[in-house]
Write a protein that binds this ligand. Sequence first.
Ligand code: PMV
Length: 333
Amino acid sequence: MGLMTPIATEAIASPNIALIKYWGNRDHELRLPANDSLSMTLGGLETRVRMALDPALDADRMVADSRPITGEPLERVSRFLQIVRQLSGRREYASIETWSNFPQGVGIASSAAAFAALAVAADAAYGLGLDRKSLSRLARRGSGSAARSVFGGFVRLRSGQEDAAAFAEPILGAGHWGLVDLIAIVSTSPKEVGSSKGHRLAETSPLQKARVEDTPRRFDLCMHALLARDFQRLATIVQQDSDLMHAVMMTSTPPLHYWEPATLAIMKTVLAWQAQGLQVAYTVDAGPNVHCLCPAAHAEEIQARLQAIPGVQTILCCHPGQEARLLIRPGAG
Ligand code: PMV
């Protein structure tokens, strides 16, 4: 029999914005989050992952948006695929290509979309046949927040004491509430300290223990606001949760400051708009860009106002999105 051309598998996933954020791990190797989190999957932003298993390869290979990936980012993907190889009992290395329609590594959860899509693609390529819960656990090993991007709509990530208990689950469908996330981009420079390193610093902040212990309260308030589609309550708790996480970051040793001057300028402007009665809320991940949430009916006006703030380069507009899914099955070529 001649050498067969490896058949590609393709999957797609969206990033997500955490309304109640995860920061810090109880186990870094397993990426067991220190606290429960709650997110909205971001429709409109997508990462596609195509992978082919190739018996001729002596290592995994990866190209992201036409750029070859090497060093630690490739090793991270390889460590992830090693888990899949162990689970499947197969040994082939993979050739991977990814495409994203949004900037990478700047605090828009690019690793969440990438590892959710990679988990779905690798599951199919290596023939694991995992159910959604197990796919979420697998994605978590690549990036904690990726566990949430396996699902669409509004999603909870259970922190769990052990690997089997730390997985995400959908709590409300994408159609529950037409919220819009306007991401005000103030910088597309790659961040200096990635979240994997940041999670390790969390425990050095004297505020982290209090933040983690208070999570059930914030989670309940957020859940009730979502269920009731109560924007004002949502805004209050989402902003407090974001500020708490950044307070932990800023008081770690060494300290982490992800905000740029424009980040704070946008946050203060959003607060001023709220005081005028506008329905809008800010939340900031591990980067300087500001996610501005609002009901769909106000999105056009808020977008125009955001665009006028000095330092805002561009605005990405997202709505509740769909789960990670396969586009091309292995053998379908
Ligand atoms: O999944 P990671 O390791 O990139 O961590 C995500 C951390 C935050 O985006 C800051 C918060 C969150 O819950 O998404």
